[in-house]
Design a protein around this ligand. Structure first.
Ligand code: 9MR
Length: 344
């Protein structure tokens, strides 16, 4: 259920007045994003839903026994991405032997609460078992890759909002080309197209995304390489629906061209999402700029932060998230919420 629907009518009409006032307040995203009579929500997911978006977080199965963690998770977020539990090393450590315990735990829990699930990820050169990396025969690798996609996407068929079908396939630096990996080196660059076609047949209702980092700056060669691939896929009818921009930012926040990057991908006819957001030292303006860029692009359909509390982060030394180690809201939290038009 849409959390905003829980607000009573009386409260909604009182809050409607505040929303009208905000129409003339510069700097607050509303207009096309937010109906003038929409209530102001006080949580991230409920406020994002006012403009048809989600606000999510990475979730680790190992933390689901922590009441503070799940309390924030269920209060604030209406989308989850399993942080590690759907990766190849977690789901098919040995060839043909699939394990889904932790992934099931996250998916079942989220589904029961009406939280959307992003599948992460089907084909990635990292967190990939050695037995896959050792394959040298193209027919073998093609069958192994397609069997992995069919089995994992097939298990969650109909329950995944979006799949990161292929993750981080492009090289860093100035080449704009795909990186070396067992998939590219043995199958050729066409492995990405093959993975998307297989994923479409395995779960026709899931949005199929390409996901990567350092593709937020429109001027970088890596961004341009991914853009050319998506343009080519759309031109040839390869089934791709979305591009995930991970958005692991330094303390300066998003690059100045971030909104241009989002709108340029969107103009190709795909949705875009911010999929793994964290910002070194969590500056309030960096979070505001990131959220605003998404709100300003109609096809930017959601934002996911890469963890809940700083202590949950893969880069916890940089305190990059919206909640501190005690589970308290940080300035960055208030900034993200108010930028969407919500009220803390
Ligand atoms: O947050 C994840 C961390 O727990 C893992 O140890 C790490 C292993 O590669 O992966 C982290 O998540 C990554 C994500 O899956 C893909 N984009 C980069 C993320 C941060 O490294």
């Amino acid at each position: 259920m849409n959390p905003s629907k829980r607000l009573g009518r009386r409260r909604a009409s009182v809050l409607g007045l505040a929303a009208v006032v905000s129409l003339v307040t510069p700097g607050i995203a509303n207009g096309a994003d937010r109906a003038p009579d929409a209530p102001r929500a006080s949580t991230l997911g409920a406020q994002a839903a006012q403009s048809g978006r989600y606000f999510g977080t990475a979730v680790a199965a190992g933390r689901l026994g922590d009441g503070q963690y799940t309390g924030i998770l269920d209060r604030e977020f209406n989308q989850v991405t399993p942080e590690n539990e759907m990766k190849w090393d977690a789901t098919e450590r040995n060839r043909g032997q699939f394990t889904f315990g932790s992934a099931d735990q996250i998916v079942n829990r989220a589904t029961a609460r009406g939280q959307k699930v992003r599948g992460h990820t089907l084909v990635w050169h990292s967190q990939l078992p050695d037995w896959v990396k050792a394959i040298r025969d193209a027919n073998t690798l093609r069958s192994v890759m397609n069997n992995h996609i069919n089995t994992v996407a097939g298990r969650y068929k109909g329950r995944i909002h979006s799949w990161d079908v292929v993750n981080e396939a492009f090289a860093d630096g100035g080449s704009g080309q795909m990186r070396s990996s067992v998939f590219r080196d043995v199958l050729g660059t066409g492995f990405i197209e093959e993975a998307f076609r297989t994923a479409r047949s395995a779960d026709p209702s899931a949005k199929l995304c390409y996901n990567d980092y350092s593709i937020e700056d429109w001027n970088s060669a890596k961004t341009q390489g991914v853009y050319r691939m998506v343009r080519d896929f759309k031109a040839r009818g390869v089934p791709i629906d979305c591009v995930g921009l991970q958005s692991h930012f330094g303390a300066g926040g998003p690059p100045g061209s971030f909104q241009t990057t989002l709108s340029s991908f969107a103009a190709l006819g795909v949705d875009v999402q911010i999929t793994e957001l964290d910002i070194a030292q969590a500056p309030a303006n960096g979070y505001a700029n990131t959220v605003r860029a998404c709100l300003n692009v109609a096809r930017c359909t959601g934002i996911t932060v890469w963890g809940i509390r700083d202590s949950d982060s893969w880069r916890s030394g940089e305190n990059p998230l919206l909640f501190d180690r005690g589970g308290n809201k940080k300035q960055a939290y208030r900034s993200a919420l108010t930028t969407m038009g919500g009220t803390p």
